[in-house]
Write a protein that binds this ligand. Structure first.
Ligand code: AMP
Ligand code: MG
Length: 411
């Protein structure tokens, strides 16, 4: 059986990268930049005041003090958005508000708090260093600077930077469309009454939400029954998406047809079964260039496999650089036993400050118990070859936060 690291390596090999599309700036939050952005202009675009005060010549106030205020005439008052009608000369000042262009002749702004706030004449009570309280053109961004590189996920401050340099439309990576097919004769949709032997198709809802959390578009088809014809038809349709996920039907049961149906559709399987728990029966491969993940039906197995394999694949297709989930170091509270032949992902809660985290198991590790994943924050990695993690030992925890990325494999 293949190991987790090796399997993850195969998943990431030769994935198709998605092309860009233009979107209006307000729609770009959370999207991935598909172009390098160079600033066409300086920010700020002109020399302006950082304070409400008086624009002066610093030489005039070099000897000002609380006991010996220097009196200057006030030529006019300018607010942000207006420009002085005259330069500042010796013995003169212009009253200026934050953001207004500093007038010609002035080299310094004195804060209003350091004056008597006069209208016609002002008494400056402090000697302020030349150049004080002035913001210079290009101090924030210089024309020609590369402000963002391809692969950046745009956040609020980034969008502000783009606006300030005048970018109103931006090229972002097209969102991958991810088809989700839940297979199983026992499944019914949420809200429907349960007949004998039936359960809710929770996987489709979990995975659709998980796909959206990564910034992709979920294309959910109805329940696919465990019959070859139904599967063939649904899978052929699912393969029109950029990636396809199925759940159930990949194990060794009598009605586990997923792999054989995929094979009829040209599936080249790169692995089936990984030395891990949960999620051992996962199948992965390609149809053409489209990545296909045959996820196990157990809800925890499906979601853990999604985090470990599908997230890095989708993030790669989205041209992100740091595609893996983030791993943290933590101290184990309590003892965890796990099968020695497998890598086990143990659902855990995290407590304490980031540099002194404590991890404890959230209880039942049965692959049907989704609650213990829902209340958890991460997955303790119990490496192959370990049968017991002792109380107080240092453990690696995969943080279940697909919005954060890491350059390194988490195990
Ligand atoms: P399978 O992999 O098809 O053998 O399914 C394994 C277990 O997962 C069974 O107990 C199924 O009932 C359950 N299961 C399969 N598909 C789903 C689903 N879409 N939602 C919730 N549970 C499921
Ligand atoms: Mg099934």
């Amino acid at each position: 059986m293949i190991e987790v690291r090796e399997a993850l390596g195969l998943v990431l090999e030769g994935l198709p990268l998605l092309e860009g599309e233009m979107v209006a700036l307000p729609a770009s939050r959370g999207r991935v930049l598909a172009e390098e952005i160079r600033s066409p202009r300086d920010v700020p675009p002109f020399r302006n005041s950082a304070m409400d005060g008086y624009a002066v010549r610093s030489a005039d106030i070099a000897h000002a003090g609380a006991e010996r205020p220097v009196r200057l005439s006030v030529l006019e008052t300018i607010g942000a958005g207006s420009v002085a009608s005259q330069p500042v000369g010796d013995g003169q000042s212009i009253r200026i508000m934050t953001g207004a262009p500093v007038p010609e002749g002035a080299d310094t702004v004195v804060r209003v708090e350091d004056t008597d706030a006069g209208d016609v004449e002002v008494a400056v009570q402090v000697a302020v260093e030349n150049g004080s309280n002035i913001r210079h053109p290009g101090e924030d961004v210089r024309a020609g600077d590369v402000v963002f590189e391809v692969g950046r996920i745009l956040r609020a401050a980034d969008i502000g930077v783009l606006a300030s340099i005048g970018v109103s439309v931006v090229r972002v990576v097209r969102k991958p469309r991810v088809a989700i097919l839940a297979t199983g004769d026992e499944l019914v949709e949420v809200g429907q009454p349960l007949g004998p032997g039936q359960i809710v198709n929770s996987n489709a809802y979990t995975l659709a939400a998980a796909v959206e959390e990564v910034g992709c578009e979920a294309v959910v088809t109805g329940i696919v029954r465990d019959r070859p014809e139904a599967m063939r038809e649904a899978f052929a349709r699912g393969l029109r998406a950029d990636a396809m996920l199925s759940t159930g039907g990949v194990s060794v049961g009598n009605f586990d047809f997923v792999r054989s149906i995929l094979a009829e559709l040209g599936y080249r399987e790169s692995f089936w079964k990984v030395a891990q728990k949960p999620g051992k029966p996962i199948s992965h491969g390609r149809c053409g260039t489209t990545p296909v993940f045959g996820l196990p039906g157990n809800p925890v197995s499906a979601l853990v496999c999604f985090y470990v394999y599908v997230v890095p694949a989708l993030r790669t297709m989205m041209r992100l650089r740091d595609v893996h989930l983030t791993a943290l170091r933590a101290t184990l509270d309590g003892e965890v036993s796990s099968p020695e032949r497998l890598t086990e992902f143990v659902r855990c809660a995290l407590d304490g400050p980031l540099d002194a985290l404590r991890a404890r198991s959230t209880g039942s590790q049965s692959s049907g118990v989704l609650r213990s994943l829902s209340i958890g924050d991460g997955l303790i990695v119990s490496p192959k070859g370990e049968s017991k993690l002792r109380d107080g030992s240092a453990v690696r925890v995969i943080l279940l936060r697909p919005d954060l990325g890491s350059a390194e494999m988490p195990l």
